[in-house]
Design a protein around this ligand. Structure first.
Ligand code: SF4
Length: 405
């Protein structure tokens, strides 16, 4: 069960609702991730559907995948319901894609094969490469023009407003956890025959202004950065418009200046691995250079089937021990330690060679973010802690010692 149904014969709540006015205060207030639901008539269900007002992982997983995750299984505890996990590369990477382009290729093939009529994806503004523009792509060209992650909050679900009368009956939605949580909650009320969901893992998004601060404190020429990602070698990889790649060690970040650039929604999120998606495509649990795929249910396998013959596939691997590094990181982050760059480079080099890799890197990243977010929530929204942190995250967080709130 997702949102409440209305009585037979009477209009459904969204048929009587209007999107909220842009610029108004949205129901989740400071925690709002601007997922776009409130920019559509499906705002009618916001109280039950918003990821920041009503945490409903178990119900969502059960509705989407037929069961909720097995908390006794370490892979499910961390990465969610799954029937298959693998790493892969496109044999012919898509030029200009962030990694090899598996997500974009699935979008293209879903359209070309007739599996779907449209792909919900995010393009970029003509005026600013980092301003996201969600769209319902109807052609492969439109899907491809949306390649590359946008590291800013994006109102993907505002395009639901375009569905009625569009002729779209089968949709592939690509999105991050908070968007997919809201989408799953209203799924039964959408005018669709079939919804496929390709999820992206997501953490630490920023507002457009926050992004500017991040770039200006971290990289040599902020105005030429095309995209960036925090990678498994413990370095941030920036690609510039002239094709140049620049890397900066995580441990060299100006933590005192950057502590507050992340959106409050991301500092209170525990859906890093996109629990509600049919198929998740990311990089975090793969070794460097590969992408990481989690198939959660048969619809996810159907999406993977579209592209699997074009992939070099390998099993997931895991190496190293993350726990001590996570515990040290909790304390260093809390004290907002900034290391000199020479020391950051040495530590980065050492950890990159001998630190956690593959799934253990994924667990390192999840542990680090969940503990940081639990602490942020305790300090900023203590009234929400109990209901908002899901059971799987509580179990993970309990493995570490957190500073006093
Ligand atoms: Fe609305 Fe989405 Fe913001 Fe929640 S996160 S208040 S559903 S726009």
């Amino acid at each position: 069960m997702s949102v409440a149904a209305s009585s037979p014969g009477s209009p459904l709540p969204h048929e009587r609702a209007k999107p909220l006015a842009k610029g108004s205060t949205y129901p989740a207030k400071d925690l709002c991730s601007q997922c776009g639901l409130c920019d559509s008539r499906w705002v009618a269900y916001v109280k039950d559907s918003c990821a920041f007002l009503n945490q409903r992982f178990e119900a969502m997983e059960t509705a989407a995948h037929g069961r909720s995750r097995d908390l006794e299984n370490e892979n499910e505890l961390y990465f969610g319901v799954q029937q298959r996990m693998l790493t892969a590369r496109l044999q012919q990477p898509i030029a200009g894609a962030q990694w090899t382009g598996i997500a974009s290729r699935i979008g293209v093939l879903a359209l070309e094969s007739g599996l779907v009529d449209a792909v919900l994806c995010v393009g970029q503004s003509e005026d600013d490469r980092f301003t996201p523009v969600p769209r319902l792509a109807r052609t492969p060209e439109e899907v491809l023009s949306a390649r590359v992650n946008k590291p800013t909050l994006s109102p993907n679900l505002e395009v639901l407003e375009q569905l009625p009368g569009s002729g779209i009956r089968n949709l592939l939605a690509i999105g991050v956890g908070c968007q997919i949580q809201a989408l799953r909650a209203v799924e039964s009320t959408l005018p669709l025959d079939q919804l496929y969901v390709l999820g992206l893992p997501c953490t630490d998004n920023v507002s457009r202004e926050g992004l500017q601060t991040f770039l200006e404190t971290t990289v040599s020429s902020p105005e030429t950065v095309v995209h960036y990602e925090f990678m498994q070698d413990f370095r941030i990889h920036f690609r510039h418009s002239d094709g140049r790649e620049e890397t900066v060690p995580f441990f060299g970040l100006d933590t005192p200046k950057l502590k507050n650039v992340f959106a409050p929604s991301c500092l209170s999120c525990f859906d890093y691995t996109n629990a509600g998606a049919d198929l998740v495509v990311g990089y975090m649990g793969a070794t460097f250079g590969c992408q990481w795929l989690t198939v959660r249910n048969p619809r996810g396998q159907q999406l993977l089937d579209l592209v699997e013959a074009e992939l070099d596939v390998a099993p997931v691997t895991s190496r190293g021990q993350r726990q001590a590094a996570v515990q040290q990181g909790i304390d260093a982050y809390d004290k907002a330690v900034k290391l000199p760059i020479w020391l950051a480079n040495i530590i980065g080099c050492f950890v990159g060679r001998f630190g956690p890799q593959g799934l253990e890197y994924g667990r390192f990243s999840i542990d680090s973010h969940f503990t940081r977010n639990a602490l942020w929530l305790r300090r900023n929204h203590p009234e929400k802690v109990d209901a908002h942190i899901p059971a799987f995250a509580k179990r993970i967080i309990s493995r570490y010692k957190l500073p006093n709130p």
